[in-house]
Design a protein around this ligand. Sequence first.
Ligand code: FES
Length: 131
Amino acid sequence: MLYTQKALDHYYNPRNVGEIESADASAQEGEPGCGDTIRVWIRVREERLEQVTFKAFGCPAVIACCSMMTEMATGLTLNEARSLNDDMVVLALDGLPEEKLHCSVFAASVLHAAIDNYEKSKSPAVQEYEI
Ligand code: FES
């Protein structure tokens, strides 16, 4: 199994690791099969991702994908970030070993979940009325 230089670089020197104090939103996802878990935090300013960070308990592919995803997502509008997908992250890493491609799906999906949580937190609270 061979990782590209770029994937190894993001694995050994992951970017944007850690929690954002007073983040606007976060989300967590995991792969029950292997136990890998990822958490992502976002800071949003004027509908743009000003900062994206992560913590991961996972395999090298998960860590490389999360690191690359945070670099790609930072500065994007929320709509642009929703278009970011696992294929784009894998391409930016110059590929992943075939047997590790399934590990790439979490990086984009956990980012999308954090954006969903941000948008839910911005929508008016649901009111209950007695009929
Ligand atoms: Fe579990 Fe990579 S081995 S996501």
